[in-house]
Design a protein around this ligand. Structure first.
Ligand SMILES: [Zn+2]
Length: 175
Protein backbone atom coordinates (compact mmCIF):
# COMPACT_ATOMS: atom_id res chain seq x y z
CA UNK A 1 0.00 0.00 0.00
CA UNK A 2 1.46 3.36 -0.98
CA UNK A 3 1.58 6.25 1.46
CA UNK A 4 -0.10 9.54 0.72
CA UNK A 5 3.29 11.22 0.49
CA UNK A 6 4.62 8.85 -2.13
CA UNK A 7 1.35 9.06 -4.07
CA UNK A 8 1.69 12.86 -4.24
CA UNK A 9 5.31 12.37 -5.20
CA UNK A 10 4.14 10.06 -7.97
CA UNK A 11 1.64 12.66 -9.22
CA UNK A 12 4.31 15.35 -9.13
CA UNK A 13 6.66 13.15 -11.10
CA UNK A 14 3.93 12.37 -13.58
CA UNK A 15 3.04 16.02 -14.21
CA UNK A 16 6.73 16.92 -14.52
CA UNK A 17 7.03 14.18 -17.13
CA UNK A 18 3.93 15.47 -18.94
CA UNK A 19 5.36 18.99 -18.98
CA UNK A 20 8.76 17.87 -20.21
CA UNK A 21 7.09 15.73 -22.89
CA UNK A 22 5.08 18.75 -24.02
CA UNK A 23 8.22 20.88 -24.05
CA UNK A 24 9.99 18.17 -26.01
CA UNK A 25 7.17 17.99 -28.56
CA UNK A 26 7.29 21.73 -28.97
CA UNK A 27 11.06 21.83 -29.34
CA UNK A 28 11.13 18.96 -31.79
CA UNK A 29 8.46 20.75 -33.84
CA UNK A 30 10.66 23.82 -33.90
CA UNK A 31 13.74 21.81 -34.75
CA UNK A 32 12.16 19.67 -37.43
CA UNK A 33 9.78 22.41 -38.55
CA UNK A 34 9.71 23.62 -42.09
CA UNK A 35 12.33 26.13 -43.02
CA UNK A 36 11.19 29.72 -43.07
CA UNK A 37 8.87 30.62 -45.91
CA UNK A 38 9.64 33.39 -48.37
CA UNK A 39 7.04 35.52 -46.58
CA UNK A 40 8.68 34.99 -43.19
CA UNK A 41 12.04 36.09 -44.60
CA UNK A 42 10.61 39.49 -45.54
CA UNK A 43 10.75 42.59 -43.39
CA UNK A 44 7.45 44.40 -42.70
CA UNK A 45 6.72 47.87 -41.28
CA UNK A 46 4.37 46.52 -38.58
CA UNK A 47 6.30 44.13 -36.33
CA UNK A 48 5.29 42.08 -33.30
CA UNK A 49 7.07 39.28 -31.50
CA UNK A 50 5.69 35.77 -31.83
CA UNK A 51 4.37 36.01 -28.24
CA UNK A 52 2.60 39.27 -29.08
CA UNK A 53 1.00 37.73 -32.16
CA UNK A 54 -0.25 34.80 -30.08
CA UNK A 55 -1.72 37.29 -27.62
CA UNK A 56 -3.34 39.41 -30.32
CA UNK A 57 -4.85 36.66 -32.48
CA UNK A 58 -7.17 33.74 -31.76
CA UNK A 59 -5.47 30.33 -32.07
CA UNK A 60 -7.23 29.81 -35.42
CA UNK A 61 -6.12 33.24 -36.69
CA UNK A 62 -2.57 32.53 -35.54
CA UNK A 63 -2.55 29.15 -37.31
CA UNK A 64 -3.66 30.74 -40.57
CA UNK A 65 -2.13 34.21 -40.51
CA UNK A 66 1.24 33.49 -38.91
CA UNK A 67 1.77 29.83 -39.89
CA UNK A 68 0.20 29.99 -43.36
CA UNK A 69 -2.65 27.63 -42.61
CA UNK A 70 -6.00 27.48 -44.40
CA UNK A 71 -9.43 27.77 -42.83
CA UNK A 72 -12.02 25.08 -43.67
CA UNK A 73 -14.01 25.94 -46.78
CA UNK A 74 -17.42 27.60 -46.18
CA UNK A 75 -16.44 28.33 -42.55
CA UNK A 76 -16.27 32.10 -42.80
CA UNK A 77 -19.43 34.22 -42.66
CA UNK A 78 -17.53 36.73 -44.83
CA UNK A 79 -17.78 34.31 -47.75
CA UNK A 80 -21.46 35.27 -48.10
CA UNK A 81 -21.00 38.93 -47.06
CA UNK A 82 -22.50 41.17 -49.77
CA UNK A 83 -22.80 44.56 -48.07
CA UNK A 84 -20.80 47.57 -49.23
CA UNK A 85 -17.70 48.07 -47.15
CA UNK A 86 -14.02 47.43 -46.69
CA UNK A 87 -12.12 44.38 -45.53
CA UNK A 88 -9.26 45.19 -43.17
CA UNK A 89 -6.35 43.01 -42.09
CA UNK A 90 -7.31 41.24 -38.85
CA UNK A 91 -3.67 41.50 -37.78
CA UNK A 92 -2.93 45.20 -38.16
CA UNK A 93 -6.04 46.92 -39.52
CA UNK A 94 -4.65 47.82 -42.94
CA UNK A 95 -7.40 48.19 -45.58
CA UNK A 96 -7.00 45.27 -48.00
CA UNK A 97 -10.11 44.60 -50.09
CA UNK A 98 -13.39 46.26 -51.09
CA UNK A 99 -16.81 44.72 -51.71
CA UNK A 100 -16.58 46.37 -55.15
CA UNK A 101 -14.02 43.75 -56.14
CA UNK A 102 -15.63 40.77 -54.41
CA UNK A 103 -17.29 37.98 -56.34
CA UNK A 104 -18.98 34.66 -55.69
CA UNK A 105 -16.35 32.09 -56.61
CA UNK A 106 -18.21 29.06 -55.27
CA UNK A 107 -15.06 27.90 -53.47
CA UNK A 108 -16.32 28.67 -49.96
CA UNK A 109 -13.65 31.29 -49.34
CA UNK A 110 -14.10 35.06 -49.68
CA UNK A 111 -12.87 35.88 -53.20
CA UNK A 112 -11.82 39.12 -54.84
CA UNK A 113 -10.59 39.92 -58.34
CA UNK A 114 -8.21 42.62 -57.09
CA UNK A 115 -7.00 44.14 -53.80
CA UNK A 116 -8.07 47.63 -52.74
CA UNK A 117 -4.70 48.95 -53.95
CA UNK A 118 -1.73 47.07 -55.41
CA UNK A 119 0.34 48.26 -52.41
CA UNK A 120 -2.04 46.77 -49.84
CA UNK A 121 -0.78 43.25 -50.35
CA UNK A 122 2.46 41.41 -50.97
CA UNK A 123 3.00 38.06 -52.62
CA UNK A 124 5.47 35.21 -52.34
CA UNK A 125 5.84 31.77 -53.87
CA UNK A 126 4.98 28.81 -51.69
CA UNK A 127 5.43 25.10 -52.38
CA UNK A 128 3.33 23.83 -49.47
CA UNK A 129 1.32 21.41 -51.60
CA UNK A 130 4.23 20.46 -53.82
CA UNK A 131 3.43 22.87 -56.63
CA UNK A 132 4.24 26.56 -56.81
CA UNK A 133 1.41 28.81 -55.70
CA UNK A 134 1.32 32.57 -55.26
CA UNK A 135 0.83 33.28 -51.57
CA UNK A 136 -0.81 36.60 -50.58
CA UNK A 137 -0.08 38.54 -47.39
CA UNK A 138 -0.72 41.94 -45.83
CA UNK A 139 2.02 44.34 -46.95
CA UNK A 140 2.04 46.08 -43.57
CA UNK A 141 2.28 43.23 -41.04
CA UNK A 142 3.10 40.25 -43.26
CA UNK A 143 0.14 38.19 -42.07
CA UNK A 144 -0.75 35.41 -44.49
CA UNK A 145 -4.12 36.01 -46.16
CA UNK A 146 -4.51 33.34 -48.83
CA UNK A 147 -3.46 32.73 -52.43
CA UNK A 148 -4.05 34.28 -55.83
CA UNK A 149 -4.97 32.17 -58.85
CA UNK A 150 -5.34 33.03 -62.53
CA UNK A 151 -8.86 31.69 -62.97
CA UNK A 152 -10.80 34.76 -61.81
CA UNK A 153 -13.36 36.88 -63.62
CA UNK A 154 -12.69 39.94 -65.83
CA UNK A 155 -11.27 42.50 -65.84
CA UNK A 156 -8.17 41.06 -64.11
CA UNK A 157 -8.76 37.32 -64.52
CA UNK A 158 -7.40 36.94 -60.99
CA UNK A 159 -8.96 35.20 -58.01
CA UNK A 160 -7.69 36.27 -54.62
CA UNK A 161 -8.80 33.35 -52.46
CA UNK A 162 -8.70 34.73 -48.92
CA UNK A 163 -9.19 33.21 -45.48
CA UNK A 164 -12.08 35.03 -43.82
CA UNK A 165 -10.46 34.85 -40.37
CA UNK A 166 -7.63 37.01 -41.68
CA UNK A 167 -10.12 39.79 -42.50
CA UNK A 168 -12.25 42.17 -40.50
CA UNK A 169 -15.23 43.62 -42.37
CA UNK A 170 -16.35 47.22 -41.86
CA UNK A 171 -19.65 47.96 -43.62
CA UNK A 172 -20.08 51.43 -45.09
CA UNK A 173 -22.03 53.69 -42.74
CA UNK A 174 -24.56 54.54 -45.46
CA UNK A 175 -25.41 50.93 -46.31
ZN1 LIG B 1 -1.76 43.40 -41.63
Amino acid sequence: MISRRSFIGFLGGFSALAVSKAAFAYDIGELLGRKKSEREMKDFPFKLTDAEWRERLTPEQYRIMRAEGTEPTCSSPLDKEKRAGLYHCAGCGQKLFSNNNKFESGTGWPSFWQPLTPEAIGTSTDYKIGVARTEVHCSNCGSHLGHVFEDGPPPTGLRYCINGVALKFFPDQAS
